[in-house]
Write a new protein. Structure first.
Length: 315
């Protein structure tokens, strides 16, 4: 495992051709980049991290009162599986109310927690649409084509992650899961279009590239952005939804807050015409997001066998 600085993209120059070329290269080579000068208020970020620490410091019984269920995905949870293997973490998920099942729940004693989470969601939503338009333009898509996947209602959500001190951390050198110890989160790709991640100063995120794991060193005031499975499909494998994981620590706690930018349940996606070269063919059949997401989410609660992957749709 090596320590690496993944590509850095300057939000302030996002409309410049040189920056867009750098973003394109980052998505092709790493699937990850750190975004600086993103204009998300520093005060709001500090309040968010403080609120998250306060929430996860509550007694376990208090957090359990707002536990998520297999019907309602919003709330607290501490038994999630990745690759059918328990993670060493606690989480809180928030997304907008949807139908009769997706109902946000909040700790009554921490009103500032709700305010901070909702503000971060709104900030990330705006930024995600901007990045989506840039990615679409770089891939040659017409304006609004990718954003239309997120209409009329997208299914994005915010997750607050807490990684407690772990008595037996284990970080396999390959992409296997631990045999005896634990990872904070086991290796996976994100299933949506992109993820925007706020992390504290404690390193823990690792990205798999060229057959080895690379520890991502947090940059002050930066957000980490990675492309997910949808971007890989849309780009016809030009972009990579890179495997990543979070290592557990025997000495320190860690907090992070990802925003998963996910389309409408009714959306279907396949390789863009603009990226399929003349004489070639698309590498994927059309994928319906609602069906894909439901199958992937079911594995969070129990071992249901091998997770569905975009590779199941390769032609």
């Amino acid at each position: 495992m090596s320590e690496s600085v993944i590509p850095v993209i300057d939000y302030a120059s996002l409309n410049e051709q040189s920056t867009r070329l750098a973003l394109d290269e980052a998505c092709r080579e790493w699937g990850f980049f750190q975004l600086v000068n993103h204009e998300m208020p520093a005060g709001e970020i500090a309040r968010l991290l403080d609120a998250i620490r306060s929430f996860f410091s509550l007694p376990q019984l208090e957090k359990a009162k707002i536990s998520r269920t297999d019907q309602n995905p919003w709330g607290f949870f501490d038994q999630e599986l990745t690759k059918n293997t328990p993670d060493w973490k606690e989480i809180f998920d928030y997304g907008p109310e949807y139908g009769d099942t997706h109902i946000p729940v909040w700790p009554e004693q921490l009103p500032e927690f709700r305010q901070a989470i909702e503000a971060f969601y709104q900030n990330c939503e705006t930024l995600a649409f901007e990045l989506t338009e840039v990615i679409g333009a770089v891939l040659g898509a017409s304006p609004g084509l990718l954003s239309n996947l997120f209409q009329p209602e997208h299914t994005s959500f915010v997750r607050a992650n807490y990684y407690p001190v772990c008595p037996n951390p284990e970080s396999p050198a390959d992409i296997s899961t631990p045999m005896q110890g634990h990872q904070g989160i086991n290796h996976h790709t994100d299933s949506g279009l992109l993820t925007i991640l706020l992390q504290d100063a404690a390193p823990g995120l690792e990205v798999y590239k060229a057959g080895s794991w690379h520890l991502v060193q947090p940059l002050a005031d930066a957000l980490v952005v990675n492309v997910g499975d949808i971007a890989q499909v849309l780009s016809n494998d030009s972009y990579h939804a890179t495997l990543h994981r979070v290592r557990a620590s025997s000495t320190s706690e860690r907090y992070s807050v990802p925003f998963f930018f996910n389309p409408s349940y009714s959306a279907s996606y396949q390789p863009l015409r603009s990226v399929v070269e003349t004489g070639q063919r698309p590498l994927y059949s059309a994928i319906n997001w609602g069906e894909f997401r439901a199958s992937r989410a079911a594995g969070d609660y129990a071992d249901i066998g091998e997770e569905i992957q975009i590779s199941d749709f390769r032609l």
